[in-house]
Design a protein around this ligand. Structure first.
Ligand code: FMN
Length: 353
């Protein structure tokens, strides 16, 4: 296996086998107020929504996980079949391996399924020349979109991961211009990968025509920890130390949803493991919730396993809607809630950042 493919496979293995999750569950600081008299039939709760012009059965998506290596095709096939059956959105993992040289089948498989909203993926660090590596431009972005007939292309921001990676691309100068150039021509969603998006960054991205934001805030998979475990296996003490120091770095996911609310569609993600957390994301301002780690194990198993897990999350979302007296997703946006603890303190800083 070549370097990048091997790295992608290791990310899955490490994420499944090691403790790479944030020590804090920031969603726990968001409390929904119980409605003891909801005046709604659970069976009539309408979870459907429209996101980026596409009708979804529920405001839920599986965010980017993988592609480009031997397991990638199985993962994307299993995810695509389940998302199509359930009528929810799907993002594929970084398409860099396919754009650079590799086989495309592991991404192209998602076209075989009727997924209502498909999202491609490339990394912001690849939009500029890194240590003499070729930068991706508009043609590559178009190719990534065509590869899966994507409705949107996600550009991921992952500099926390890059600093903790022995082979990391740590030059961020020019990425903003790179995203601007793509946004002029293509529907671009910007996503983080576990460290969150601040209000300042959200406003800068809105200013250059980005269509939406997936906050991927802190609280779930920590890519600093993932890279730290890989560094340990390679005996790279410097990266192990850096990964450890920055293991809890990032803007808590619920705070990032609140801060990044600048008038663009928002995906609440980062540590969403169940339907109650997904609903909390929507109550604090998102249009949809996103999960990655929550379906990782199932994605390696079968479409059935993924569908069952996502089905449970959707059922929990419906129950949380019922218990807050929300008949539909619009009403859910107005559900009563309180924010406690450190998350409340972060959120109160909104005006300063
Ligand atoms: C094994 C693994 C691989 C990932 N690969 C990508 C990727 O290629 N591109 C990307 O934008 N995000 C990638 N992510 C990040 C997720 O899309 C998500 O933003 C992050 O894991 C936080 O969500 P979670 O706490 O639900 O896992 C990956 C996550 C995991 C667990």
């Amino acid at each position: 296996m070549k370097g990048i493919e091997q790295r992608k496979a290791e990310h899955i293995k490490v994420s499944l086998e090691e403790d790479v999750v944030s020590a804090f569950d920031h969603w726990d600081d968001v409390k929904l107020v119980h409605d003891a008299l909801p005046e709604v039939d659970l069976d009539e709760v309408d979870t459907s929504t429209v996101l980026f012009g596409r009708k979804l059965s529920c405001p839920l998506m599986v965010t980017a996980i993988t592609g480009g290596h031997s397991q990638g095709e199985r993962v994307n096939r299993n995810l695509a079949e389940a998302c199509a059956n359930l009528g929810i959105a799907l993002g594929v993992g970084s398409q860099r391996p396919a754009l650079e040289h590799g086989p495309r089948e592991s991404y192209e498989v998602v076209k075989e399924y009727d997924v209502p909203l498909r999202i491609g993926n490339i990394g912001a660090p690849q939009l500029i020349n890194q240590k003499n590596k070729r930068a991706f431009g508009l043609d590559d972005a178009r190719e990534a979109i065509d590869m899966i007939d994507a409705d949107l292309l996600a550009v991921h921001l992952n500099f926390l991961q890059e600093i903790a990676q022995p082979e990391g691309d740590t030059n961020a100068k020019g990425c903003y211009d790179g995203i601007r150039s793509l946004s002029r021509e293509l529907p671009i969603l910007v996503k983080e990968t576990g460290a969150g998006i601040s209000r300042r960054v959200a406003l800068r991205l809105k200013g250059i025509g980005v269509r939406g934001l997936d906050v991927a805030g802190a609280g779930g998979t920590s890519f600093s920890k993932v890279e730290g475990r890989r560094a340990a296996k390679m005996g790279d003490r410097k990266c192990m130390r850096i990964a450890d120091t920055f293991g809890e770095w990032g803007i808590p996911a619920p705070v990032s949803v609140i801060w990044a609310d600048v008038g663009l569609p928002i995906i609440a993600s980062g540590g969403v493991e169940n339907g109650l957390q997904a609903v909390k994301g929507i109550v604090v301002g998102a249009d949809c919730a996103g999960v990655a780690r929550a379906v990782l194990k199932e994605a390696l198993e079968s479409p059935r396993a993924v569908e069952e897990k996502l089905g449970l999350i959707i059922e929990e979302m419906r129950i949380a809607m019922f218990l807050t007296g929300s008949k539909n997703v619009r009403e859910l946006g107005n559900a009563q809630h309180i924010i406690t603890g450190a998350t409340r303190e972060w959120a109160s800083m909104e005006k300063e950042v």
